[in-house]
Ligand binder design. Structure first.
Ligand code: NAP
Length: 296
């Protein structure tokens, strides 16, 4: 049975980190230590783990970081004040708010408040708008990671049919805009699918590249893919595994059936995730460079 090429994230992430390492050294010579602040308003262990990974990525590169936690039951104003405070703090270059927020806290309030110059994941309305008009300030980390994984493995984007499954404002929509950009790593023909797409398989079967960002294990299987397709699975779903009480992380794609059809496929875990982290720290370095340049 043919087996697809694995699009592993770690070698790609290592390249990005090597570049960030050099830039952090240069900033250090200018007396600048890049600093990221993360804000977590959740007690879900998976969200806590995602935040811890961001701090570990910063530590590895001598980027300073602050870990701000807010009780998930607190009023939205607590989060708003925290974002305002961090954005006003001259010691902080980048502010990252971990999504999802509790149900009683609207994401729009955070989008409005984030200072676009410190919004290192392009969550703010201003930075999203810049992305849509082909002039991004920072590339949103996960969509940028998907594109970088493709280009690093020399998977063509320009002129290709790319199906994105999932239309969230964090992954699907910004990724669609990134792949549509008029640039050598853009110019794709993009179809965005969602829960109301009437025949998902008919869209994914005609795509050259399928990207999934849904959160439903096994949603896409080999029967929904055309031979030789590239599959990028963004999702990290924790599910119960064989032995009692233990869990494992899987994507939206049924890996076994998909890998026998696809030409290339990301593993989960170990595909998009490490590249996303590297993209985020690269944005923190960029934010610090911009700040240092502005101060002369
Ligand atoms: P989200 O906000 O819940 O969005 C999920 C999207 O999937 C929605 O657009 C939804 O459609 C669509 N959907 C749901 N059921 C569907 C179905 N049966 N068929 C087709 N589309 C369907 O999720 P998200 O924040 O984008 O995250 C998606 C996944 O990516 C999660 O597993 C998350 O853990 C993962 N993630 C990974 C990274 C990384 O760096 N690796 C970063 C961020 C997120 P509607 O709009 O119609 O509801």
């Amino acid at each position: 049975m043919p087996s697809a090429e694995r699009l592993r994230g770690e070698p790609v992430a290592a390249e990005i980190r090597a570049d960030v390492h050099d830039r952090v050294r240069e900033l250090d010579e200018r007396g600048v230590t890049p600093t990221l602040a993360t804000v977590l308003m959740s007690d879900d262990p998976a969200d806590e783990r995602f935040v811890e990974l961001k701090h570990a990525a910063c530590r590895d590169l001598d980027i300073a970081s602050q870990d701000v936690r807010i009780d998930p039951g607190a009023p939205a104003e607590r989060l708003h004040h925290t974002v305002d405070r961090l954005c006003a703090d001259p010691e902080i270059d980048g502010v990252f708010v971990q999504i999802p927020l509790p149900d009683h806290v609207a994401l729009a309030g955070v989008r409005r408040r984030l200072d676009p110059t410190k919004d290192v994941d392009s969550l703010s309305f201003a930075n999203l708008g810049r992305l849509v008009r082909d002039d991004p300030r920072y590339l949103p980390a996960t969509p940028a990671a998907v594109r970088r994984l493709l280009t690093a493995h020399e998977i063509p984007i320009a002129g290709e049919d790319i199906a994105i499954v999932g239309r969230s404002a964090i992954v699907g929509k910004p990724l669609a805009n990134l792949l549509l950009q008029k640039c050598p790593d853009g110019n794709a023909t993009v179809t965005v699918c969602h829960s109301r797409t009437s025949d998902l398989g008919s869209v994914t079967r005609r795509a050259d590249v399928v990207v999934t960002a849904v959160g439903v294990p096994g949603l896409v299987d080999g029967s929904m893919l055309s031979p030789g397709v590239t599959v990028v699975d963004v999702s990290a779903n924790r599910v119960e595994s064989g032995s009692e009480g233990s869990t494992e992380v899987v994507g939206d794609v049924d890996f076994e059936s998909a890998e026998s059809v696809a030409g290339a496929i990301t593993p989960v875990p170990g595909g998009v995730g490490p590249v996303t982290l590297a993209m985020l720290v690269a944005n923190v370095a960029r934010a610090a460079e911009r700040q240092a340049d502005a101060e002369g």
